[in-house]
Ligand binder design. Structure first.
Ligand SMILES: C[S@@+](CC[C@H](N)C(=O)[O-])C[C@H]1O[C@@H](n2cnc3c(N)ncnc32)[C@H](O)[C@@H]1O
Length: 342
């Protein structure tokens, strides 16, 4: 079962970082970002440290507020958030034509929520690749509980240099993960290498859209908030992603920003102007309660020092995401299905 209680939240802050080092990890993490004097070059050069610190600090907040799958979803009216998240995962399985017996790779698998759902949906064996040790330990425990530990596994490695032979997998997907890559072409080339010829790679990417204006100060501020709040070295445009896929050698079957025709906006769960009982923890009041609780538990020394600051940069992320979504300058669901030629 997902660790969704308040004590689980605070005991998980910092992941594999020693509890007494959480505060300095937060400071080091913040310094990578533009609002704290950091720059894109240093985020890219140190992407592994930056992204790992981010997920050590933020994973238990994600699990508390969002559940086992750490992504947004295209959403129909009258569909719950949870239903839309599952359908968004099933959609990838369908697009990839997953069938029993296929060997599948989930690139940047989080704690394995999508991996478990897609494995059950398609009766495939899925390997989750992740560079964050804490998330892998959570994912392994959840796979055991789900009874999927014999058919699915996790590998701790960097998706820029994967420990697999060429032509290993029958299908590969990535959900809101390869946006952490310091170099899109390098990342897609590595995925291309381990995919069998004639097979497919599908993903949802975080991107800025054609509405983003690099000379607009408010657009730039929103982009910086998204980078800070989500552990990103940069946010690429949909065009840059598409070009990178082609440069890596893929044939593009189809691609589309699914946010453009989502009947309910993907950022609705984070929008402070709405209220929801089913995703109460994500509402303005739910987030206020979480913040106050984390602050109190930190004061009582139950939560590690620095926990409240993590909560604060995640709030910034939520604000940036909602603003970016409303202005349509950002999407977390630029979808593509691409094929490695025979
Ligand atoms: C937003 S989370 C999405 C997780 C998962 N796909 C889901 O939807 O629940 C991004 C994931 O990418 C992983 N990741 C980021 N950079 C990575 C890298 N260089 N190598 C492997 N995994 C990475 C993170 O550790 C995290 O698990």
């Amino acid at each position: 079962m997902s660790k969704s209680g308040a004590l689980n939240l605070v005991s998980g802050v910092g992941g594999k970082i020693n509890k007494e080092d959480v505060q300095s990890a937060v400071e080091q993490y913040e310094k990578y970002h533009t609002s704290y004097g950091g720059d894109e070059e240093s985020r890219k050069a140190n992407y592994s440290d930056m992204v790992n610190k981010y997920y050590d600090l933020a994973t238990s907040f994600y699990e508390f507020g969002w559940g086992e799958s750490f992504h947004f979803a295209h959403r129909w009216k009258e569909e719950s958030l949870r239903e839309s998240i599952k359908r968004h995962e099933h959609f990838l399985g369908l697009q990839l034509g997953l069938k029993p017996g296929m060997k599948v790779l989930d690139v940047g698998c989080g704690i394995g929520g999508p991996l478990r759902e897609i494995a059950r949906f398609s009766s495939t064996s899925i390997t989750g690749l992740n560079n964050n040790e804490y998330q892998i330990s959570r994912g392994s425990a959840l796979n055991r509980i789900a009874g999927l530990d014999k058919s699915c596994d996790f590998v701790k490695a960097d998706f820029m240099k994967m420990p697999f032979s060429d032509d290993t997998f029958d299908a590969i997907y990535a959900i809101e993960a390869t946006c952490h890559a310091p170099d899109a072409v390098g990342c897609y080339k590595e995925i291309y290498r381990v995919l069998k010829p004639g097979q497919y790679f599908a993903a949802y990417e975080w991107c800025i859209t054609d509405h983003f204006n690099p000379n607009n100060e408010s657009h730039k501020k929103i982009k910086a908030e998204i980078e800070l709040g989500n552990g990103l070295p940069d946010v690429r445009s949909t065009r840059e992603c598409l070009d990178a896929l082609k440069l890596a050698g893929f044939e593009v079957t189809w691609e589309k920003d699914l946010a453009a025709d989502s009947p309910l906006p993907w950022y609705l769960p984070l929008d402070t102007s709405r209220f929801s009982i089913t995703s109460f923890r994500l509402t303005a009041f739910g987030r206020f309660i979480t913040r106050t609780m984390v602050k109190t538990l930190e004061f009582l020394r139950i939560a590690p020092e620095g926990s409240e600051r993590v909560s604060a940069f995640l709030e910034k992320a939520a604000e940036g995401l909602v603003a970016g979504g409303r202005m349509e300058i950002f999407t977390p669901m630029y979808f593509f299905l691409v094929r490695k030629p025979l």
